[in-house]
Write a protein that binds this ligand. Structure first.
Ligand code: KG4
Ligand code: ZN
Length: 353
């Protein structure tokens, strides 16, 4: 069963082709650079770019997979949640192709794509993934923990009450006069810094809470920047020359920030294991799971907790991508083949998992 999937929920135009839910034949993504200057995604710009590039992305995905439309059994698309104007490109194009080529279409929840992304390209069949799994999904738009029992039974057990962790990375990068997306930049600086150089707050919330909160941490970073290098907060800070002093400061604050994020994640995963001892595996997915330090920390913790630990095998499966949507569609279809039908799918920004 070959599924071709579209993912256009935010600022990436992506198409992936996956065989039997795990074997990735192609995973093509166009990342919009236009938003860098604004420090965040501008919906109008994102929508325009999706419309401009989807055809090329689709053609590249088919070509890389060495497929024609005859080789594709089913189409899938991210139905929501996401930006309405961005989702519209994916849902309209996928629906029209479904009607044009008489191919069944499966609508997919964006998060289910992230949730199932660890299974991609592992050379295993889906049956070997041990469930229930705890899935820590961390990106620029979401930070949540899910209990994954089956494709039709994914329960959110904790979520951020304010910023997503990826958003916090992006904002810290901005406060330091650095670029967007902030995650990879902050983590590059952090490698050279001292993780204990700045005292930042560990916000764990109430004793039993499985929720997250990062706004206090972000505010604490801002206060430290204001005290030490206020010039970095000003317009145009990006163009300031990087003196050794600024370089050390950036490295130390990034390292301290990453250290606290790691501690918070470990604490929350630990609480989830206490509440749901039936959890077999711990998965760390979403854009922030590309972070090497956080992978190491969570991996070590999982080992101590005697649980298997998994992250997407390729960084291209961490951030938003088409392969994860095709993979998730296969899980859904295996459990209920009636969901695949020739149809027109409407975007649904409020879709629940
Ligand atoms: O999953 P994704 O592509 O989009 C959303 O659904 O939000 O994730 C993008 C987020 C951005 O906030 C980016 O800063 C973060 O993932 N990110 C990272 C790293 N690479 C990307 N955060 C921390 N460390 C990284 N290496
Ligand atoms: Zn995402």
């Amino acid at each position: 069963m070959r599924i071709l999937a579209f993912e256009t929920s935010c600022d990436d135009t992506a198409v992936g082709i996956v065989e039997n839910g795990v074997r990735v034949l192609s995973n093509v993504r166009h990342t919009q650079k236009d938003h860098d200057a604004y420090g965040g995604v501008v919906p109008e710009i994102a929508a325009r770019r999706h419309n401009e590039v989807w055809r090329q992305v689709l053609e590249d995905a088919l070509q890389q997979a060495k497929c024609t439309w005859d080789d594709i059994d089913t189409i899938a698309v991210t139905q929501g949640p996401g930006l309405q104007s961005s989702l519209l490109t994916g849902t309209s194009v996928a629906s029209m192709l479904s009607l044009l080529y008489n191919k069944p279409l499966i609508p997919v929840h964006h998060i289910l794509g992230h949730v199932t992304s660890c299974a991609l390209d592992r050379g295993i069949s889906l049956e070997r993934v041990q469930l229930p799994a705890l899935v820590l999904t961390v990106s620029g738009g979401h930070t949540s923990m899910y209990l994954w029992k089956s494709a039709h039974d994914v329960q959110e057990i904790g979520k951020t009450l304010d910023d997503a962790a990826g958003e916090a990375f992006d904002k810290v990068s901005r406060m330091l006069g650095l670029g967007y997306p902030g995650g990879p930049i902050v983590s590059r600086y952090a490698e050279k810094g001292d993780r204990r150089s700045f005292e930042l707050p560990y916000i764990y919330l109430e004793k039993e809470s499985l929720d997250f909160s990062f706004s206090g941490l972000k505010a604490a970073v801002k206060r430290i920047v204001e005290r030490n290098h206020p010039e970095l907060l000003k317009e145009g800070a990006k163009d300031l020359p990087e003196t050794p002093d600024i370089q050390t400061f950036r490295a130390n604050i990034c390292a301290s920030f990453e250290y606290v994020i790691g501690k918070i994640m470990i604490k929350k995963v630990g609480r989830a294991l206490e509440c749901y001892p039936e959890i077999q595996q711990i998965h760390f997915v979403g854009g922030v799971s590309a972070n090497t330090y956080l992978r190491e920390q969570l991996g070590m913790y999982a080992k101590r907790s005697r649980r298997a630990f998994s992250t997407p095998i390729d960084f291209g499966y961490c951030t938003d991508n088409g392969a994860m949507i095709a993979g998730a569609a296969y899980w859904l279809w295996k459990e209920d083949s009636s969901i695949a039908k020739i149809q027109y799918v409407e975007a649904d920004t409020k879709r629940s998992i």
